[in-house]
Ligand binder design. Structure first.
Ligand code: NCD
Ligand code: ZN
Length: 351
């Protein structure tokens, strides 16, 4: 091993998959993301979902109003695709820079996805217009067929839905989000340039044991659910490989503890506070600190066709573990922060 690094400077990162929510929750969580990230792809799964450009514009305004005055942050808005989506509205919103991408949730796959797409072929005409206009599609890649085991839903989605979709609409730019399996890693590596993928911080750190061993641990439950260890290792290999097809989307998804610690708990891990510190730990463990900038700051903008950020952040390795809050208080209740189950020595320097 080479000399250990105690400090690293990166172009400021972006988060290519983030849940900011609305109202009190938005106000509480936004400053944590804005402290480290310049931009984020903001998920549209509000209640009701953000399904047209006017709603995206109103949501963007609420985000900017919730941003503390001294902070800079650019929300990149998405539209929630339904079987009633109007392609002209999507294309106009994209051309006017009001939206950056469209999000496909298979109906019932995750939190607030009941108005998602039931029959993907029904949206092919919209996807064709998006392809022609260069509008990217973000995909939650899981089938929701009750016959398919929940741990297999991502791999089955690739074969049943994604491959046919890509043949039917070959020019569409796609981001397969929050990979959780070796199957998805392999698929992305071997596919053409029209598709890339995001990986979350927590899927690089936990496998399904975190959720199920020694009692049921709802704060590690998210969608897609963490898989077995071999898949986590494949994700770490992909994220630290330097391959520009893989980039960071934290999927930080806050829920009040009362909704997580329940007989039917919500899916979602809130990691915005310590995600960069956890990533530095992971990349250091893999001997790949020099590739963190690509993963967190360069590959995402390159795929979206946006410039990388001009300014930088500095990550510092402290001798003593850094104390992150275990939970935060919000106007909608207490929210537990992702616990990586190892001491974190990295911190984003405030300067
Ligand atoms: C997300 C949420 O809570 O909105 N939950 C999650 O487990 N990731 C929805 C999602 O992105 O699937
Ligand atoms: Zn998400």
């Amino acid at each position: 091993m080479g000399p250990s690094m105690s400090e690293i400077t990166l172009r400021r990162p972006d988060d290519w998959h983030l849940h900011l929510r609305d109202g009190d929750m938005l106000e509480a969580v936004l400053p944590y993301t804005a402290a480290h990230f310049a931009r984020a792809i903001v998920m549209p799964n509000l209640v009701p979902p953000v399904t047209d450009t006017a709603a995206a514009q109103a949501y963007r305004d609420r985000i900017l109003r919730a941003l503390p005055e001294a902070m800079e942050f650019t929300p990149l808005m998405t539209l929630y695709l339904t079987e009633d989506t109007n392609a002209d509205d999507v294309v106009a919103g994209f051309r006017d820079d009001l939206i950056t991408a469209v999000k496909l949730y298979p109906a019932g796959a995750t939190t607030n996805s009941h108005s998602g797409v039931r029959n993907v072929e029904a949206v092919y005409p919209v996807l064709e217009k998006m392809a022609a206009a260069g509008v990217p599609l973000c995909i939650h890649g899981e089938v929701t067929d009750p016959e398919v085991d929940i741990f297999d839903r991502e791999a089955v989605f690739i074969d049943r839905v994604l491959r046919p979709l890509r043949s039917a609409v070959p020019g569409l730019k796609i981001i397969l989000e929050h990979l959780t399996t070796r199957d998805a890693v392999d698929y992305i590596r071997e596919a053409d340039d029209g598709i890339a993928a995001t990986i979350t911080t927590h899927h690089l750190i936990i496998n399904r044991n975190a959720i199920l061993v020694g009692g049921i641990k709802p704060h590690y439950y998210c969608m897609p659910v963490a898989k077995r260890e071999t898949h986590r290792l494949a994700l770490r290999q992909a994220a630290t490989s330097g391959n520009p097809r893989y980039f960071l989307g934290t999927d930080s998804a806050p829920h009040p503890d009362s909704e997580k610690e329940s007989a039917c708990g919500c899916a979602g891990v809130f990691s915005a506070i310590n995600t960069m510190a956890c990533l530095a730990h992971v990349f250091e463990q893999e001997g790949a600190l020099d590739r963190l900038e690509g993963f967190a700051s360069l590959h995402g903008p390159a795929f979206y066709g946006l410039p990388a950020n001009d300014d930088t952040i500095r990550l510092v390795r402290r001798d003593a573990p850094v104390a992150f809050p275990d939970r935060i208080e919000t106007g909608s209740g207490t929210v537990t922060v992702f616990d990586p189950m190892f001491p974190i020595h990295w911190d984003v320097a405030e300067d």
